[in-house]
Design a protein around this ligand. Structure first.
Ligand code: HEC
Length: 240
């Protein structure tokens, strides 16, 4: 656990070294051998890296390797002084997983009417006043209502929440962590439920007056539910 976390953290140091024009192939080697990221890799979450009294931290070479696997220029410092500690308060806005079955949905609720206010203030600049205009992803639109051309025809029409998303619950997962893109993690749970109610109502998936909460959101069946299968192709051109 300790070694895995340090090796993952070591990549950041390698990237910094590469930017200075240091190593030579060792970076690719290290990335290929990188173990899956484990919890506790982040200073503050698992304290695998020593954090100074003022909250700063930096890796020592000895922390990431039994001995340097890459040559460092003579006179390199023992510490590079990169990064700051990610404390609980900085991790919390990103640590909000919601599964397709609704596990992880927080308390709170909202209606489409409230969601419209959130939408106009915080979403419409990028997704358009009605969710169709862009300039970024189009979120509203049900066409084509029959068939599902996207697998066989990668260029088929815009993919929207209405014609493509298999689960409504994962809208919460995505929006709460990633949107609005300029201030991700800033919406309250009520605002998130409300704006999801608005998006689903505009897609004609739920009624305008539904109260969206953990149980009503998990009960929504999306038009594209059941349209996705595990991709078990073995290199051939066929699409299921
Ligand atoms: C600053 C621009 C910006 C703002 C503001 C913004 N978005 Fe986005 N949104 C994007 C971009 C860009 C993407 C595509 C991101 C990607 O594909 O990685 C996106 C993608 C999405 C998606 C996924 C679409 C899909 O089908 O994959 C959803 C849902 C979404 N935004 C909802 C919202 C909501 C709700 C708000 C307001 C609370 C919001 N966005 C505000 C820029 C923005």
């Amino acid at each position: 656990m300790r070694r895995a976390g340090l090796a993952a953290a070591g990549l950041a140091v390698l990237a910094a070294l590469a930017a200075c024009g240091a190593p030579d192939g060792s970076q690719e080697r290290d990335r290929a051998e990188e173990p899956a990221r484990t919890e506790g890799a982040t200073p503050g979450a698992g304290a695998t890296v020593p954090v100074e009294a003022d909250g700063s931290w930096s890796l020592r070479l000895a922390d990431v390797s039994e001995g340097p696997a890459w040559p460092l220029p003579a006179g390199s410092p023992e510490r590079f002084g990169l990064g700051t500690a990610a404390g609980a308060g900085r991790i919390a806005p990103w640590d909000r997983d919601v599964r397709p079955d609704g596990t992880g949905l927080p308390p709170g609720s909202g209606r489409a009417a409230d969601g419209e206010r959130v939408w106009i203030a915080k979403c419409s600049a990028c997704h358009g006043p009605t969710g169709t205009e862009g300039p970024n992803d189009r979120l509203v639109g049900r066409e084509p209502r029959e068939g599902f051309p996207f697998g066989a025809e990668p260029r088929a029409g815009p993919r929207t929440v209405g014609n493509y998303w298999p689960y409504a619950t994962t809208l919460f997962d995505y929006i709460t962590r990633a949107m609005p893109q300029n201030v991700p993690g800033s919406l309250t749970a009520d605002e998130t439920y409300a704006v999801i109610a608005w998006i689903l109502a505009r897609n004609e998936i739920v009624a305008d007056d539904v109260v969206m909460d953990a149980s009503t959101l998990a009960a929504v069946r999306m038009p594209a539910a059941g349209r996705f299968v595990p991709d078990d192709r073995r290199g051939g051109p066929e699409v299921r």
